[in-house]
Structure formats: structure tokens, C-alpha cells
Design a protein around this ligand. Structure first.
Ligand SMILES: NC(=O)c1ccc[n+]([C@@H]2O[C@H](COP(=O)([O-])OP(=O)(O)OC[C@H]3O[C@@H](n4cnc5c(N)ncnc54)[C@H](O)[C@@H]3O)[C@@H](O)[C@H]2O)c1
Length: 239
């Protein structure tokens, strides 16, 4: 598969290495400094693009792919205020794109496991707590992943009305505790406790390889798809 990399920072470089090891060919590495190379790129020599750049660049990059009929797997976060515009553009150009805020296959399986467990535990009377642990240079809290997990629980456990990012004794609130420690692998825990037992599920990320491998797997699938696709559709095709 011939891949165009839009954004060649930490993620772009890792995807380059892992995709090449997997036998794919990287036909373009576009960064902020060499974006002009896109003008001369032969788009018919590209099967799929993978976009990990910056919020200000993502919309322009996605539009370029849609215009040139190149399916694009987008990992850049922070541009979602333009999502409706991109969806309309994708339709207008009859193009293909997929955005995922987290490409880790393990995390996406964990999202499903979380919802499945929440569904079963909804009326069992267990106390529910959630925790996420990251390194101290992570600026946002709670993590986007922990918000997705909390939303997955709130969907099924209707006795909880909202999540809060602190300890709480209010039964209607779902607590997310955020810890920042060095060094710390990204960790997300969901705990159901009762006087008789405890059930706990946990995801620990060991490196950013999970995101890169997930993005490559999605790109392999996306090159044969059409339209605005989702991570759920990708996972449904695999599991
Ligand atoms: N969805 C996921 O699973 C996931 C995982 C990790 C990171 N991310 C997101 O991916 C993005 C990139 O992450 P990173 O760690 O590689 O960041 P990074 O800062 O290491 O790299 C970003 C790169 O984008 C380049 N860039 C800037 N403007 C550009 C333009 N107009 N065209 C092409 N390239 C341009 C920069 O030169 C830089 O090299 C961030 O938004 C991050 O939050 C998402």
C-alpha cells in the first residue's frame, strides 16, 4: 500500500517506521516546511493518507485529500468545530475519511468492554469509580479517553447523571480521579465495588505504538471504503 504522511512529527515518524517494516511504501512525508511538495505530488500514486499534524493544519490537509480522491485516516485532535464542514465537503467530493480521537485498537476494545460491563452492572448496586493516571507533562485533565469511558458508563447506568473530575459522595455523580505522576504509562481504571466483592477493568498504554499501529490498520481498511467512516465501523469489520 502506498501511503502519504501528512504531518511528520512524533506520530508521523513512528508510522513511517512501522508501516515500512510492514511492507508498505511511504510515498510522501509532508511537514509544515515542505507542504509545497503537495503541488507536484502524483495523487494517483497514493492509496491512502495518514494525517497526524496540528489542529490549524488538519482541516486544510483533509480537504486536500478529499479533493484528490485520497482516503485519509485523521488522528489530529482539536479541529472538531469544523467537523460539519468536513462532513459536507466529503459528501460534495464523494471522498473518504475517518477521524478517531484514539487509534489504539486496545483502547477501542476497552471502550466496548467498558460499555458491556456497565450494561450488566447498571442495576447491581455497586459503587462505581474511575481513575486515569498520566505523566505530569499531560496538560488536560481528565483525559479524553476517560471522558469517553465515563460517557459509556453514563449511557447505561441511568442512576448517574454526570461525571465530575474529583472525589464525590453524591450517588448521582460518576467520579473521575486524575493523577499526574512521573514516570507513568497512560492508565485508565474502572472499579465496581460492593461489600462482597470488587470488579475492576484496566487499560495501560506502554507507548505511542498502539496509536501508530491502529492508524496503519485503519488505513489498510479505509483505502477500500467510501464516505465518512467511523472507528466503530472499522472495528465491526474486524471483530
Ligand atoms: N488520534 C490518536 O490516536 C492520536 C494519538 C497521538 C497523537 N494524536 C494527535 O496527533 C497530532 C500530532 O501528534 P504528534 O505527537 O505527532 O505531534 P508533533 O508535534 O510531534 O507533530 C506534528 C507535526 O505536524 C507538522 N505540521 C504542522 N503544520 C502542518 C501542515 N500544514 N502540513 C503538514 N504538517 C504540518 C509539524 O511540523 C509537526 O512535525 C496531535 O494533534 C495529537 O494530539 C492523536
Amino acid at each position: 500500500m502506498k501511503i502519504l504522511l501528512l504531518g511528520y512529527g512524533k506520530m508521523g515518524q513512528l508510522i513511517d517506521k512501522l508501516a515500512t517494516e510492514k511492507g508498505h511504501e511511504v510515498v510522501g512525508k509532508i511537514n509544515i516546511d515542505n507542504r509545497h511538495e503537495l503541488e507536484h505530488l502524483n495523487s494517483s500514486n497514493v492509496d491512502v493518507a495518514i494525517e497526524f499534524s496540528q489542529p490549524e493544519a488538519a482541516v486544510e490537509n483533509i480537504k486536500w485529500c478529499l479533493e484528490h480522491q485520497i482516503p485519509v485516516a485523521v488522528g489530529t485532535t482539536g479541529w472538531l468545530d469544523k467537523r460539519a464542514e468536513i462532513n459536507a465537503y466529503c459528501k460534495e467530493k464523494n471522498g473518504t475519511y475517518l477521524f478517531a480521537s484514539n487509534y489504539s485498537i486496545g483502547v477501542n476494545i476497552f471502550f466496548k468492554l467498558n460499555e458491556y460491563l456497565a450494561q450488566m452492572m447498571a442495576d447491581q448496586g455497586y459503587a462505581i469509580t474511575t481513575k486515569e493516571i498520566h505523566h505530569t507533562s499531560k496538560k488536560d485533565a481528565p483525559s479524553g479517553t476517560s471522558i469517553t469511558l465515563a460517557e459509556g458508563i453514563l449511557k447505561h447506568v441511568t442512576s448517574k447523571k454526570n461525571w465530575v473530575n474529583h472525589e464525590t459522595n453524591d450517588a448521582q455523580e460518576l467520579e473521575i480521579i486524575s493523577e499526574r505522576i512521573d514516570p507513568a504509562p497512560g492508565t485508565h481504571e474502572i472499579t465496581y465495588s460492593s461489600p462482597v466483592d470488587t470488579i475492576e477493568i484496566c487499560h495501560t498504554a506502554h507507548s505511542r505504538e498502539g496509536f501508530a499501529k491502529g492508524a496503519i490498520a485503519v488505513a489498510e481498511w479505509l483505502k477500500d471504503q467510501k464516505g465518512d467512516k467511523t472507528m466503530d465501523e472499522f472495528l465491526a469489520s474486524k471483530f
